[in-house]
Ligand binder design. Sequence first.
Ligand SMILES: Cc1cc2nc3c(=O)[nH]c(=O)nc-3n(C[C@H](O)[C@H](O)[C@H](O)COP(=O)(O)O)c2cc1C
Length: 216
Amino acid sequence: MSLPVSLRDRLRLPLIAAPMFLVSGPALVTAACRAGVVGSFPTANCRTVEELDIWLADMEDDAKRSADAEGRVPAPWCPNLIVHRSNPRVPEDLAAVLRHKAEIVITSVGSPEPVMKPLKDAGCLVLADVASVRHAEKAVAAGVDGLVLLTAGAGGQTGWANPFAFVRAVRAFWDGIVVMAGGMADGHAVAAAQALGCDLAYMGTKFIATRGSVLI
Ligand SMILES: Cc1cc2nc3c(=O)[nH]c(=O)nc-3n(C[C@H](O)[C@H](O)[C@H](O)COP(=O)(O)O)c2cc1C
């Protein structure tokens, strides 16, 4: 499965503004979505699930306002669920994400398997971030729609694989959505990712020094 047309048509660039702890909040996410880039944020950036509900409602409202003002549907906002077993908030955050009908969810730091069924039952596109071929195989077996390949240089202390080798190794067994992450900062990098066989690029660090980035 490559990118659904309904998503591709809403993107001005094949890009996800990557989720960043203590960096990505509603201002950055909505600015990205209005610019035609998927805007993502870790649900852990909200101190409580009540705050998460408020953020998600704001993002929904902003998408409606933007569609009304510009006559085109903005790129989707995309919560990132940190699915590691040490995160006690996964069930609550998942419920909030489902309540607000997220179109895309990114899972990270663990197997997406526990959250797959509810997300797929709700029609959500699920991308899982992975840092090795073994983790990619496990995520594919869990039924994800796409893989975010964390490669050498990715901010947030994850990713060590060589991007050329990793993307081609995954493409050898997977024709679903592939997103490349790691040290990407401009259009040359996005074009290179596409040439390698990726559907989307993933940029984190590049968005730190932007007006919407800081959470206070
Ligand atoms: C400050 C910072 C915080 C991050 N926090 C998260 C996070 O909470 N969840 C997550 O899945 N990835 C997180 N990441 C990783 C990014 O989502 C993304 O994989 C990475 O930034 C891509 O590499 P780049 O920074 O070279 O563009 C973080 C990255 C940075 C730089």
